[in-house]
Design a protein around this ligand. Structure first.
Ligand code: ZN
Length: 257
């Protein structure tokens, strides 16, 4: 019996040293990506996908009025349409996450395509428009294979899904609110979108959850407190990626790859 204690002690160290593993475990369930914050506190994270859009300004006003900070998972091609919104979101004290460059599903993409054309290209565009490259990645539609997730995690990215889809893009906002009232749990990550319905839904969610004693936190804030800064890792200095980039831009021919 006396051997059990040291073994348990060593196991604890191993788990601790394993870094993010602990963040992604809920009870006995292990996951390779983040669905919910592991916490006993009454925390809630608001995530707003697919912007910037024509509605992002109104969403920012709602958040400011209610003194709530959120995570905006932006899309590169949408930043191209509303480049000035990057700074407006950041200046509001919100966090920007990487929701890919094209919003194409990762389903048929190679690891190389995802890393170079979606993740790094997004962060480059973010930086160009005054944002800080981020390690927070939400694959389009929440879809990524375990291999794709592993590849990105090995390079220092956090893969963020959600615990509760409000279905704001499909349902009347009243139904989305009911869903939050019924199913939200401690540490839940709510999924909303940069659409008109969110402008009505957000104040109601904030009012309801505040009344029930919830605190609004951001992913970066939570991860930083756990010792995992949300800044993007240093880029891999691989000439292969760089040459492929040149090829995609049309500066070099396929034979030169
Ligand atoms: Zn999306």
């Amino acid at each position: 019996m006396k051997h059990f204690l040291p073994i348990f002690f060593l196991l604890s160290i191993a788990l601790y040293a394993n870094g993010t593993e602990d963040l992604y475990t809920y009870g006995r369930t292990k996951a390779d990506r983040l669905y919910q914050l592991k916490t006993r506190e009454k925390y809630v994270v608001i995530t707003i996908d697919d912007g910037p859009s024509i509605h992002t300004g109104d969403i920012l006003s709602v958040l400011k009025k209610n003194r709530v900070k959120a995570n905006f998972f932006l899309v590169g091609s949408e930043i191209e349409s509303y480049p000035h919104m990057v700074k407006r979101i950041a200046d509001g004290g919100h966090e920007i996450g990487n929701h890919s460059y094209t919003h194409g599903t990762f389903k048929d993409m190679t690891l190389e395509d995802i890393y170079n054309d979606e993740i790094l290209a997004f962060n480059d565009l973010l930086k160009k428009n005054g944002g800080i490259p981020t390690s927070l990645v939400r694959p389009p539609y929440g879809y990524a294979t375990p291999k794709q997730v592993e590849f990105l995690r090995e390079r220092g990215y956090h893969i963020i899904n959600w615990s509760l889809d409000t279905f704001d893009w499909r349902d009347p906002w009243e139904d989305s609110l009911k869903r939050v009232q019924r199913y939200h749990q401690k540490g839940g990550i709510l999924l909303l979108h940069s659409n008109k319905k969110s402008v009505y839904l957000l104040p109601e969610i904030i009012r309801d959850l505040s009344e029930r004693g919830y605190t609004f936190v951001t992913l970066g804030q939570f991860l930083r407190d756990k010792g995992h800064p949300p800044q993007a890792p240093a880029r891999e200095a691989s000439s292969l990626w760089e040459r492929r980039r040149e090829f995609l831009k049309g500066s070099i021919k396929k034979e030169e790859l």
